[in-house]
Write a protein that binds this ligand. Sequence first.
Ligand code: DGL
Length: 265
Amino acid sequence: MTDTRPLLLFDSGVGGLSVLAAVRAALPEAPLVYVADNGGFPYGTKSEAEIAARVPALLGRLAERYRPRLIVIACNTASTIALAGVRAALDLPVVGTVPAIKPAAEASRTRVIGVLGTEATVRQPYVDDLSARFAADCTVLRHGSARLVELAEASLRGEPTGDRDYAEALGGLLAQPGGGEMDTVVLACTHFPLVADRLAAIAPRPLVFVDGAAGIARRVATLTKAQQWPAASGEGLAVFTAPLPIGAPLQAALAARGLERIEQL
Ligand code: DGL
């Protein structure tokens, strides 16, 4: 019998689309369900307790409804706080998204790297741990920006966003002691690769931006290696957890990523 089970990718909003693009490129035949928890958005300004309670419960509900073969938590905030809780609650492979500090440390020449994430992500012990393990000889600067998350959401809705806001977000790293030496920036929120070109455009000097999407796609490909995909393949469904006016630009952005169908949970 053909295995029709999809891959389910999950984020608080549209940020996980940056991960979806890499997964789609690695596994073009995989049916995808992309879930944006807009009912809980934003995650980055919530407490650890709120995220740890919300995410495993919601993913349990989603797993029952969509019967995925694997779940990708395409959100650094949810992963750094709730990955263990989700794995304990679900009998499914779960791939998380954690700040790409290791590749950033490998890329940095000046040994000063920045971690740009949500406020919740940059304060996690998970980040201390990754820094100690993979960037022990680097200065690791951190900055949390809720505004940059909003800018990425606005961009996908087709709304204009101003350079000054991007400069402020990046300035949160550049203005710190050592920021003048920083040559590599970890985009530690999945929303941020969606606006990486805007960050690069306002950067005062060339910076290397690193994110984890390609590594996640490789991991998903490895975990599903021996599996079959259905004949009518590559289908995509976007699910929102709360009512949302989906304008033409967002609909086009979803369709461009193979998410032709949209529904509300
Ligand atoms: N995209 C999410 C992340 O990777 C969080 C954005 C938010 O809801 O604050 O952290």
